[in-house]
Design a protein around this ligand. Structure first.
Ligand SMILES: [Zn+2]
Length: 235
């Protein structure tokens, strides 16, 4: 468990984080590919989980600096059973990890596919999203800073600024185009996952102070990867 986070007066996302926080006393429970927390209470984030092998799928969550996290991602062009099976397996891994979202490159599939459920709760399947070839049409100018984590960066979290709302369009797994406005926590999860599809990782957005704070954690991941991989680290 991480130690309690410092008190900071940020109010904007409190109501949006019901799914993602495990407050030291009685608040909510964490999940996300990305975890975030309002820095205004004594908050403790639940330990991150890389579930490793998950029943029903051979996919695994890849950790930084695996090259798949930086590789180009191709548009989804076949809205078939294979795509739906892939999405289903990604959703399973997301829930098994205690996460709220997962992008295909995080499981080594370099396609523009993401899944998320802002509640992180498998029983709330009505709030699951599976999005193909999503793009952001419009960003809010207003941005808020929140604490995020990423299953590809286990063991630490850091503050990132994101737009408060976005307008997006995407294609669902049946090949139907959709438009949607996402705000608050939903928008944050989407922006984090969307970044993955462009090979952008949340640590790319950190302020100099935040980067310095977590650099040792990033270096440790890099060291672990190079020790266990035959290939060079992709930095
Ligand atoms: Zn992530």
């Amino acid at each position: 468990m991480r130690p309690p986070l410092p008190l900071v007066t940020r109010t904007s996302l409190l109501l949006l984080l019901l799914c993602n926080l495990e407050f030291a006393s009685s608040f909510f429970a964490t999940p996300l590919d990305h975890r975030m927390a309002p820095r205004r209470a004594v908050v403790r984030l639940r330990a991150e989980i890389n579930p490793g092998a998950v029943s029903g799928t051979s996919l695994r969550i890849l950790e930084y600096p695996h090259p798949a996290l930086r590789a180009p991602n191709a548009d989804v062009d076949a809205f078939d059973d294979e795509l739906r099976q892939l999405a289903k397996e990604m959703v399973s891994i997301m829930y098994a990890s205690g996460g709220c979202g997962l992008a295909a490159p995080q499981v080594g599939v370099n396609r523009r596919l993401m899944v998320f459920n802002p509640t992180g709760d498998p029983s709330k399947w009505m709030q699951e999203y599976v999005m193909c070839n999503a793009r952001i049409i419009q960003y809010a100018d207003a941005r808020s800073v929140g604490e995020e984590g990423c299953l590809s960066f286990p063991g630490f979290t850091a503050d990132v600024a994101r737009s408060n709302w976005i307008k997006i369009e995407y294609t669902n797994v049946r090949g139907k185009k959709q438009r949607k406005k996402l705000k608050g926590f939903d928008a944050i999860v989407f922006q984090h996952e969307y970044d993955h599809l462009d090979g952008v990782l949340y640590v790319d957005h950190l302020s100099e102070d935040e980067r310095n704070r977590v650099q040792a954690d990033i270096d440790a991941l890099t060291g672990r990867y190079t020790e266990t991989s035959a290939g060079p680290a992709a930095l």
